[in-house]
Ligand binder design. Structure first.
Ligand code: RUB
Length: 296
């Protein structure tokens, strides 16, 4: 496997969405251990360097960082590091799938017949909820925003086509217009913060503010491994700044291209996790308390 190419795929969004990114990160480490031929000491050195490299491939991805941290901390203390890397990575990859399955079930309970659900970007977790609701025979439709500049809305549209869920596809700037028809908003999240905010694709904040204005409830679907513990201790979640060329290849003007924005807890009705459905503030309090009791 070409590890640098795989890391590059994460950086260039060939691999997209927090869940896929975390799974790919773990797969890189697992395959590295599977094919490594030298002794354990050398393995450990190269493994830790690779893990660091993978972990920082997308700055706004606590799930990726967290999963890799779980593995590296255990491997550092292991007597059979190669074997344990393979075992741990496989375990966490499976766990990510299990988390998604539970969220799909809980999230599907929020969907009613005739719902018109707006979604932004492409979230594997939201797609799993839609798939489950469809499997249960619920009749709903979706409003998909195109999600400039990388048009992840196209991925959402293609998934919905395959699922045979009816949808319309609109430009991002039509979001407020179509919000008047929506009954719910479903989005994913890249990071959950200690103050109850979520970090998700740029445009999520505006969508949630407009939804509140029209009294449309906003649900974010995310595993608790996306909780960024560092935010409890005052660290800010880094917001990834991407290449301006993704928007317009024009060196004469200053173009800013933040990939994500932060939506305050005020604009989110509930967060759907594998441990249940919570108000953003309740979830942040529960997860923060767990971290704090481990630290002190
Ligand atoms: C993707 C994005 C998704 C979240 C959640 O951004 O913002 O909504 O990552 O996805 P990008 P998932 O395309 O820049 O990675 O539910 O799949 O974890």
């Amino acid at each position: 496997m070409d590890y640098l190419k795989k890391i590059q795929d994460i950086k260039t969004l060939k691999v997209q969405g927090a869940e896929n990114i975390a799974k790919t990160g773990l797969t890189i480490l697992r395959d590295f251990a599977r094919t490594y031929k030298d002794d354990d000491k050398k393995f450990m050195r190269e493994f830790l360097a690779l893990a660091k490299n993978v972990s920082s491939a997308r700055p706004t991805e606590p799930a990726l960082r967290q999963e890799i941290f779980f593995v590296t901390e255990k491997v550092k203390r292991s007597k059979t590091p190669k074997k344990d890397t393979i075992r741990l990575c496989s375990f966490y990859i499976k766990n990510i799938m299990l988390v998604k399955k539970k969220i799909a079930l809980y999230g599907s309970r929020k969907i009613r017949n005739n719902d018109i659900i707006m979604t932004h970007c492409h979230s594997n977790t939201v797609m799993a909820i839609f798939r489950e609701a469809k499997r249960q025979g619920k009749k709903f439709s979706v409003i998909v925003t195109e999600t400039r500049p990388k048009m992840q809305g196209e991925k959402t549209a293609n998934d919905l086509l395959r699922m045979r869920v009816p949808f319309i596809y609109v430009v991002d700037s039509a979001m407020a217009l179509f919000m008047k028809q929506a009954t719910k908003v479903f989005v994913g999240a890249d990071a959950l913060l200690s103050n109850g905010s979520i970090v998700n694709k740029i445009g999520t904040e505006a969508t949630a503010i407009v939804a509140k204005e029209f009294r449309v409830p906003v649900f974010s679907a995310a595993g608790t491994h996306k909780f960024d513990e560092k935010t409890i201790f005052g660290f800010e979640e880094p917001i990834e700044e991407r290449d301006p060329k993704e928007i317009w290849n024009n060196k004469k003007i200053k173009i800013l291209n933040p990939a994500f924005d932060i939506t305050s807890a005020n604009y989110i009705s509930e967060i759907i996790t594998e441990r249940g459905v919570f108000s953003p503030n309740a979830l942040a309090a529960i997860l923060s308390k767990e971290v704090i009791s481990n630290v002190h």
